[in-house]
Write a protein that binds this ligand. Structure first.
Ligand SMILES: NC(=O)c1ccc[n+]([C@@H]2O[C@H](COP(=O)([O-])OP(=O)(O)OC[C@H]3O[C@@H](n4cnc5c(N)ncnc54)[C@H](O)[C@@H]3O)[C@@H](O)[C@H]2O)c1
Ligand SMILES: O=C(O)C1=N[C@H](C(=O)O)CCC1
Length: 233
């Protein structure tokens, strides 16, 4: 398969390695200095760029009939607009805040635990995410997806950075060294704490998941999720 990379930073380079190991060709490496993009030979585009660049990259691909896998976080104010353009152009799209298999299992575990905690008012939910110091957005996209999973299955109404409140999930974002991504969810009562945690050891899991999603989407039309790709039910 011929892949166009949008964003050739830490993730773009890791995706290149994994894609080549799996027999794919990288036909474009689009980054901030790129002046001209040839879409003709691209079977699929993988966007891991920046919050400011993602929407433009994604919609350019749809306009040129190229399906998109996007892992960029921090651009979701424009998510519904991107879906409209994808549908208009009869293209295909997967966005995931986290492409790793482990985190996608963790998303399911989080939803199951939230269902069990619903109505147990003696417990207060909170979340902590830790990432490297170069990360531009906070909280992480993964933390937002986890908070949405709790909100969908409990009486919590919203998440906020740090802020407390009965119906608010407080998220603490820490930026330390080279940490690839650690997410912890706590339910704390006066007598005990229930904690679930996912720790990424490196970026390979994110990159492999994105390449698997690109293999899966080829030839399809529509908007999908990693749940579809991984058949997690
Ligand atoms: N979904 C996931 O599984 C997952 C995993 C890791 C990182 N991410 C997200 O992916 C994004 C990239 O992460 P990273 O660690 O590779 O960051 P990075 O800073 O190392 O790389 C981003 C690259 O995008 C480039 N860029 C800037 N403007 C651009 C434009 N207009 N077009 C194309 N490229 C442009 C930058 O020059 C840089 O090379 C971030 O939003 C991060 O949160 C998601
Ligand atoms: O390194 C990053 O940046 C990461 N971003 C994603 C997020 O915001 O959740 C996934 C984990 C790594």
């Amino acid at each position: 398969m011929n892949i166009g990379l949008f964003g050739y930073g830490k993730m773009g380079k890791m995706i290149e390695q994994i894609a080549q190991q799996r027999g794919h060709a990288i036909v474009a490496k689009v980054d901030v200095e790129t002046e001209e993009i040839s879409f003709k030979t691209m079977d699929v585009a993988i966007d891991f760029s920046t919050p400011d660049a993602a929407f433009g990259n994604i919609t350019q691909c749809f306009e040129n009939n190229v399906p998109v896998i996007s892992g960029t976080t921090g651009w979701l104010d424009n998510y519904e607009n991107a879906l409209d353009i994808c549908k208009q152009k009869q293209s295909a799209f997967i966005y995931a805040s986290n492409f790793s298999l482990g985190v996608n299992v963790f998303f399911e575990l989080n939803a199951q635990l939230a269902k069990m905690m619903k109505g147990l008012d003696q417990y207060k939910a909170s979340m902590e995410e830790i990432h490297h110091t170069q990360k531009l957005d906070a909280p992480s996209g993964t933390a937002i997806t986890l908070a949405e999973g709790i909100i969908a299955n409990t009486e919590y109404k919203e998440w906020k950075l740090e802020e407390q409140g009965d119906k608010t999930i407080p998220i603490t974002s820490k930026r330390e060294g080279m940490v690839p991504g650690t997410h912890t969810i706590n339910y704390e009562s006066l007598v005990d704490t229930i904690e679930i945690k996912h720790t990424a050891h490196n970026r390979e899991g994110f990159a492999l998941g994105a390449v698997i999603a690109a293999e899966w989407i080829k030839g399809k039309t529509g908007v999908f999720s990693m749940k579809d790709v991984l058949n997690l039910n």
